[in-house]
Design a protein around this ligand. Structure first.
Ligand SMILES: NC(=O)c1ccc[n+]([C@@H]2O[C@H](COP(=O)([O-])OP(=O)(O)OC[C@H]3O[C@@H](n4cnc5c(N)ncnc54)[C@H](OP(=O)(O)O)[C@@H]3O)[C@@H](O)[C@H]2O)c1
Length: 318
């Protein structure tokens, strides 16, 4: 199977960093990658995160579909991964999977991302000698594709959880599917939590210093990041961890990606191509598939080895 990931600019600063040879009209396309025999491309729409969320939804979706069809017809791609906010604007990828012009498979890559996020939470607690059963967890974006899976996996491990979202009805729906000691909130009550997971489609930094308790651990899976390096610099007591970055020495030189690391959503689709698994993975996460992606990660050696903050190793300083 030939794979392609479809992302977008995470912020304006990235726009000028891509080589000319990547530009194919409105789409940036990497040279062909060969990751231990799995061949494909990393591509990106020439839209910023803010444009992804603010332009008319139909217009953005049509850009995504045009990209998928171009990759299918001209680059013989048969497996598309929806990166960053392309999942959020396509109903978790379900919309793309239903379009007749694109005949291949679709994966949002959120299953492995949710798995790695949970691993990062547990690893960060271990680093600070803390037990999850003593801690309060907050999940921002709790009923999103990643947020829902992270919620289902983590809440039973924590003393108490605050599940945060902007739509009451969706919080009520989520509440019906989970057990544990938790409450839901429409307010950004992250300052009551020892551990915060962000998994939102907010197009830039959302968490300010006042939203964080002293010594909080923040596992920030959102792309663009929900906790900025500016706030991290102001709050050295807070430990920010990249939620979905995994060690990956095979693809280098991609603007916006930390050297030697890659986003777990991209790795998921590369592993699917390696496995030649002909299935869609869109919408709500199937936890059995999530576990399978963790097994694939172990099989291919793409596991989470070290915690990073914007790509730099996280060390215990307190
Ligand atoms: N690091 C990685 O490897 C990786 C991989 C995949 C995805 N991601 C990132 O992970 C994030 C989540 O992805 P996803 O696919 O789960 O997206 P999703 O399904 O669209 O979920 C995002 C959720 O965030 C909520 N939200 C948006 N703004 C919010 C705010 N201000 N406060 C609280 N909730 C808010 C949205 O709900 P409402 O609109 O109803 O509020 C939505 O339910 C995205 O930033 C994506 O780029 C990272």
């Amino acid at each position: 199977m030939r794979f392609a990931t479809i992302g977008h600019f995470l912020d304006e600063n990235l726009v000028k960093q891509f080589p000319e040879s990547w530009v194919h009209g409105k789409l940036l396309i990497s040279p062909e990658l060969d990751v231990r025999g799995a061949k494909g491309y990393i591509t990106g729409l020439t839209l910023t995160a803010r444009e992804m969320m603010q332009l008319p939804r139909e217009q953005v979706r049509n850009h995504i579909l045009d990209a998928a069809v171009l990759l299918q017809d001209d680059f013989h791609v048969d497996l598309i991964q929806l990166g960053a906010l392309t999942t959020s604007v396509t109903e978790g990828g379900v919309w793309v999977a239903h379009q007749r012009q694109y005949r291949g498979f679709v994966n949002h890559g959120d299953s492995y991302t949710a798995a790695v996020t949970c691993q990062a939470v547990m690893k960060a607690l271990q680093l600070f000698d803390k037990k999850s059963s003593d801690q309060v967890l907050a999940i921002v974006g709790a009923y999103g594709v990643i947020g829902e899976a992270v919620t289902k996996i983590l809440i039973s491990k924590f003393r108490h959880s605050i599940l945060i979202g902007r739509q009451k009805e969706k919080l009520v729906e989520l509440q019906k599917t989970i057990d544990g000691d938790f409450e839901t909130s429409l307010e950004l009550r992250t300052n009551e939590a020892d551990v915060v997971v962000t998994a939102t489609s907010h197009p830039d930094a959302l968490i300010k210093s006042e939203h964080l308790k002293k010594g909080a651990i923040v596992v920030d899976v959102s792309q663009p990041a929900n906790l900025s390096s500016v706030v991290c610099d102001k709050r050295p007591d807070v430990c920010r961890v990249d939620g979905g970055l995994v060690d990956f020495p095979y693809v280098t030189g991609i603007p916006g990606m930390a050297p030697g690391k890659n986003f777990s959503c991209i790795i998921e689709v590369i592993m699917q191509a390696m496995e030649n698994e002909k299935e869609n993975h869109v919408g709500s996460i199937d936890l059995a598939h999530l576990r399978k992606t963790e097994d694939w990660g172990k099989k291919y050696g793409f596991t989470l080895n070290e915690l990073t903050n914007f790509g730099k190793t996280v060390q215990r300083v307190r």
